[in-house]
Design a protein around this ligand. Structure first.
Ligand code: FAD
Ligand code: EPU
Length: 339
């Protein structure tokens, strides 16, 4: 365990927001966890790679930064391998490693920033696949009871950008490792719009898991701003899910609105499309802006504060609500403590 006093968090969040903490504790092993002071939600915060977090204020207490490493195949047979991964491992490096092992299942989730331990928090998803399709278990420290807990996937309440850890039990658990069940036999999942076309453009005839990974990387690099160049937290809002009546009304009023039926009468709508139709793409408030590259991404053009990003998010929400009657729900975690 390493302890740092009064660190700046600017280099530790992908929006590049200036914030400080009283203390930062870098957790490097599971033994460290047992010796940690008890988490206080009134003043502390858990931080992974910082790619889905908005620091609207400083952190008056401690930032617990997960740096637990390790990747092991703990079970395998001719069809599957179960991999156990430390929460501090970089997610995309894990995807690359799994492909190198001849394992598939993570290829559609290539290039998602952040750490492996944060993947269950919002059940990360991209290009038609969610973590839930491969998650085998989650090991976590229960701050409330000071004991280790192991969750089966069915106990994690995984949904679209949602889980037990993000909603009902936010901040109760520190995830220290996860288990993934990966495939030895590749089954391509190419249903997401543009993926097949990208593979064709690459000249791929024999579709392999590494080829799908490459296609996803190419698509993502084209569509999304790179946080290393322009601060951002990926999609700032979830795509709204509406019931059948509202979906029909919106579709007849806006025939071009991208809408994905969920199979139970409900439909997911494109928040980016709605934001763009409202004329908000490129809107700037100080150094906070709606990306001109992708309307669902809020960016920091240099010295935006967390409060400015939040103010811009409110402007986007109220404009979309006035036009479509839908209140967009932010995706990243807002860190905002009372002074
Ligand atoms: P952080 O930002 O550090 O933390 C996020 C939340 O998880 C916080 O509430 C934090 O307290 C909590 N947390 C982190 N680690 C732990 C832990 N070990 N135990 C308990 N709680 C923890 N997401 C997608 O789903 N799909 C995408 O396609 C996608 N694309 C993105 C593209 C870009 C350019 C960016 C910047 C972000 C994107 N994201 C995407 C969002 C983000 O990458 C994911 O949510 C990622 O899982 C966050 O990981 P992190 O380690 O950075 O988490
Ligand atoms: N669109 C616009 N304007 C834009 C951008 C997109 O109108 O500026 C429309 C287009 O019609 C496009 C549609 O929105 O077809 C969907 O766009 P895209 O394929 O980029 O997907 P998204 O719905 O914006 C979601 C996830 C992303 C994930 C991609 C790929 C959410 C909130 N976002 O974005 O996840 O990478 O699909 O699966 O579900 C994240 O969570 O941070 C994230 C980046």
């Amino acid at each position: 365990m390493k302890v740092f006093e009064g660190p700046s968090l600017r280099g530790m969040n992908s929006l590049g927001l200036e914030a400080s903490a009283d203390l930062l504790i870098a957790i490097e092993t599971e033994e460290d966890v047992i010796d940690l002071p008890r988490f206080n939600p009134e003043q502390d915060c858990i931080l992974g790679g910082g790619s889905n977090i908005v620091f609207a204020t400083d952190v008056p207490g401690t930032v617990y930064h997960n740096r637990i490493l390790g990747k092991d195949i703990i079970e395998h047979n001719s069809e599957h391998a179960v991999v156990e991964v430390g929460a501090g491992e970089n997610w995309h490096q894990l995807v690359v490693w799994s492909l190198d092992q001849g394992l598939s299942g993570l290829e559609n989730l290539s290039l998602i920033p952040g750490q492996t331990g944060a993947a269950p928090i919002q059940n990360i998803g991209a290009y038609g696949v969610e973590l839930s399709s491969v998650l085998h278990g989650v090991t976590a420290w229960d701050w409330q009871q000071s004991l280790w807990v192991y969750f089966e996937p069915g106990e994690c309440a995984l949904g679209y950008r949602d889980s037990l850890f993000k909603a009902m039990a936010a901040d109760r658990y520190l995830i220290t490792s996860i288990r993934l069940k990966l495939n030895r036999n590749f089954r391509p999942r190419l249903g997401y719009s543009g993926l097949r076309e990208e593979l064709s453009a690459m000249g791929v005839e024999n579709v392999t898991a590494p080829a799908v990974s490459d296609a996803v990387i190419r698509l993502r690099r084209r569509k999304l701003p790179d946080p290393a160049m322009t601060g951002n937290a990926g999609s700032f809002f979830k795509n709204p899910v509406v019931g059948p009546g509202q979906a029909d009304t919106l579709k007849s009023a806006h025939p071009d609105l991208p809408l994905w039926p969920l199979g139970d009468g409900r439909a997911k709508l494109s928040a980016a499309w709605m934001i763009e139709l409202c004329g908000l793409k490129g809107l700037r408030l100080g150094d906070a802006a709606v990306s001109g590259q992708h309307a669902l991404v809020l960016i920091n053009l240099g010295s935006a504060s967390g409060k400015e990003i939040v103010e811009l998010a409110h402007k986007v929400q109220s404009t979309v609500a006035d036009r479509f009657g839908i209140v967009l729900e932010p995706e990243p975690r807002l860190v905002e403590f009372d002074a």
